[in-house]
Unconditional design. Structure first.
Ligand code: SF4
Ligand code: SF4
Length: 421
């Protein structure tokens, strides 16, 4: 396999939004929808049932010790439990809870900062932290990087947390050290937030305001001075990334004894206006859009995440999830249109790619579904998923989407091979 180094980085041209908006807190919604991932080992029939009463902060799972769970963000009654197929075939159970008045807090959360507590209560925290790498004997985690720089353009969720919640991040840093035993904790922020980040107790590193410097692989290379090889994840290289919002939610939970059940989301309207809102996890997108006066018409596009790496949502009935940092509404005329025009070998994608992948060749193999050749000959695994190639492609080929599908298909092949061994 070819292993591309990050030497000779192209100079990307897009700038992050560095001015976080103030955060507007939304009222408790009438209902929330929580996506419970299907357990790896079965048992999905033992989860919450219609008619069950649930408390705010209650852990809902298919089994008491289940690794997959959600945390109820409101107090109320389960009104629907239905199978749901997410992106790339991810199987979930959609649990709808109707709100029933004031919050009645569940008290099973243990304030003991152990890895067991982290795995049991914080995998569904806002910002979607994962602690599984710390429990994996094959991984040796030496560094935790807190991303105070948002990963996509226009989104300012994590910058807003660094700006307003440095004390909670500091409590989160202390808890992380106790839970994981990792002493080296770094926080990455843009220059304008260095002063606030200094109050978090983490080792502060300023990152460039030019996209995609906030992505994990870029931080590994630019901040930690480590190049992650193609076949490895950042965890394989000994580093776990967590968002500033996730760490602040840990800190707040240990301070107050209540799990945080709200998510900060940057909403980008059709006019490009951005609004930061804090809403209960599971709030339907339509409620959030309504609160931001963001109307949605036929053929408008709704994107979860940011404009470069976000995923199109097919319905405004979908809900805010722990990892939903942004909601972008685009009118049909502003949406990037894709075509089936052929590549004209202009080379724009190769010049902009931060990893110098020969994207013009890669896309030919992906279009033909020659995924293993795309990996072996044209560095598919080296792609850091920044989306810049799609952004510049003059033929409007959906290169980024081809890459995501290619990686997904290869993952399926690997899983099938492992099961047959
Ligand atoms: S998304 Fe495109 S530009 Fe970005 S790293 Fe991957 S191939 Fe390169
Ligand atoms: S930018 Fe598009 S048209 Fe140009 S070389 Fe890359 S894939 Fe081909």
């Amino acid at each position: 396999m070819i292993k591309r180094s990050f030497l000779g980085l192209a100079k990307p041209r897009l700038q992050y939004n560095l001015v976080p908006d103030s955060v507007q807190e939304l009222p408790v919604p009438e209902k929330v929808v929580l996506m419970l991932e299907e357990p790896q080992n079965g048992g999905s029939g033992n989860g919450p049932k219609v008619g069950d009463s649930v408390k705010t902060g209650q852990r809902l799972s298919a089994s008491p010790d289940g690794g997959e769970y959600v945390i109820s963000s409101i107090t109320g009654t389960v009104s629907d439990v239905a199978p749901y197929m997410g992106t790339f075939g991810k199987k979930c159970t959609a649990i709808t809870i109707d709100a029933g008045g004031q919050d009645d807090w569940d008290d099973t959360f243990s304030k003991e900062p152990t890895l067991d507590t982290a795995l049991k209560f914080f995998e569904y925290a806002p910002g979607n932290p994962s602690f599984k790498a710390f429990a994996d004997p094959e991984k040796s985690i030496r560094t935790i990087v807190i991303s105070g720089m948002d990963q996509d353009l226009l989104v300012t969720t994590n910058q807003s947390v660094v700006q307003n919640e440095a004390a909670d991040i500091k409590n989160g840093v202390d808890a992380l050290k106790k839970m994981t035993g990792v002493d080296r904790i770094v926080i990455t922020v843009p220059e304008n937030l260095v002063q606030q980040a200094n109050a978090t107790g983490a080792d502060v590193k300023a990152v460039s305001a030019t996209y995609p410097s906030g992505l994990p692989h870029m931080i590994m290379k630019d901040v930690l001075g480590e190049v992650v090889s193609a076949e490895d994840s950042v965890e394989d290289a000994g580093t776990v990334f967590m968002s500033a919002e996730a760490v602040a939610s840990l800190g707040a939970a240990f301070e107050t004894g209540q799990l945080r059940v709200t998510k900060i989301v940057t909403v980008v309207g059709k006019d490009g206006k951005t609004t930061n809102v804090k809403t209960r996890i599971g709030t339907p997108l339509k409620d959030v859009l309504q609160a931001c006066n963001a109307s949605l018409n036929d053929r408008d596009r709704l994107i979860l995440g940011g404009p470069m790496t976000g995923v199109a949502a097919y319905s405004e009935e979908l809900a805010v999830e722990p990892g939903t940092d942004g909601i972008v509404v685009q009118s049909e005329s502003d949406s990037a249109q894709v075509t089936d025009y052929p590549c004209i070998n202009c080379g724009e994608c190769v010049r902009i790619c931060p990893v110098k992948i020969p994207v013009n060749m890669l896309v030919r193999f992906l279009e033909g579904r020659f995924y293993e050749d795309a990996r072996a000959m044209y560095d598919l695994d080296c792609c850091i998923e920044c989306g810049l190639c799609s952004y510049v492609c003059v033929s409007r080929i959906p290169i980024f989407q081809y890459i995501k599908v290619g990686k997904y298909e290869l993952g399926l092949i690997e899983t099938a091979e492992a099961e047959n061994e």
